[in-house]
Ligand binder design. Sequence first.
Ligand code: NAD
Length: 337
Amino acid sequence: MSKLKIVQVGLGSHGTGVGVNAIVSSPDFEYAGLVDPYQPGLEEAARQLNVDSSKLYNDHKKAFAEAGADAVYISAISPVHFEICKDALESGFHVLIEKPFVLDVIEGKELVELAEKKNLKLMVDQNYRYNLHVHDLIKLVQEKKLGELEFANVQFYYFHDGKPYQKEMENYMLMEMAIHHTDLIRYVLGSNVKTVNGKTWNEKNSGYKGDPCVHAAFEMEIGIPVFYTGTLLSKGLSTPWEGKWRIQCKNGSIHLDDLGQDYGVYVVDEHENVTRVPLEWTDYADVKRVFAEFASSIIEDREPAISGRDNLQTLATQLAINKSSKENRQVAISEIL
Ligand SMILES: NC(=O)c1ccc[n+]([C@@H]2O[C@H](COP(=O)([O-])OP(=O)(O)OC[C@H]3O[C@@H](n4cnc5c(N)ncnc54)[C@H](O)[C@@H]3O)[C@@H](O)[C@H]2O)c1
């Protein structure tokens, strides 16, 4: 079967990296075009991705009209996601879009409905779901060998020198980083968030318009609490991108942490016996798995695993944290959706 033709919109650092790691070698996709208004960056990406200069565009609408694509991958800066995604769907293309899907639930709903009306696939690249450790965490949660879930604690600490567009964003931490963790919390625990009590904050002269720090207490639909702390201004010890996790069960705890044998997944029983869980998946191929799933959903004509519709829950949770912080009250996700 011939490969699906894809146009990639946005060839900055992440987009180019994904191209190199997942698209060039993809058994499912080949490039029909690359789009970026910044010409030097576009040409450098084309060199790295071995894409002919006849397939380069500075304007996504021109690419959508001329390139002969089946699908579009949007890896442009977050504030332009909505406009480009809407144009791609209206032009009849399946869409894989970077997190944050969009910055507003109303926009997200419009795109989900548009995709459904046109029978097009709309998938969000919440690639952490395909992380090696996450796969094992889910298995442990589902096996319930340590008894019922009681609560969970997730912490993320990192010092990040944000991109210019990130420095201007209203919900910088919530939309650019914590959205990965909220999505993982939903995925690993197999439950949407019901309510949040959240607080976001900034530091003087941080250079960010939006808050880089967040704390949130979630009440999950399955009835357990989850406590999340995250900052992109951390000095001192940082955590890996997925953060440090403790999932408390009735008879022991499940961890994603370094409990003495490097960062990984551990279980600790009620006698405090610590066991490192060997990884079931060994190839670090999260974004490759995202593209494989996107292709399968197109070929099999089914909903993709991380659909736009599913992602509305993650997006709404982030906006609920923001609202909770501003209004100093508990916010139900249903108020946002
Ligand atoms: N899934 C992940 O793990 C992950 C990691 C990093 C970034 N991201 C996401 O990827 C996206 C890009 O991030 P980045 O780090 O590459 O940013 P970046 O600033 O390095 O690159 C963004 C690119 O978008 C281009 N651009 C701006 N307006 C455009 C338009 N109208 N049409 C086409 N291109 C346009 C810019 O010229 C730039 O080349 C963001 O949404 C970010 O949140 C996801």
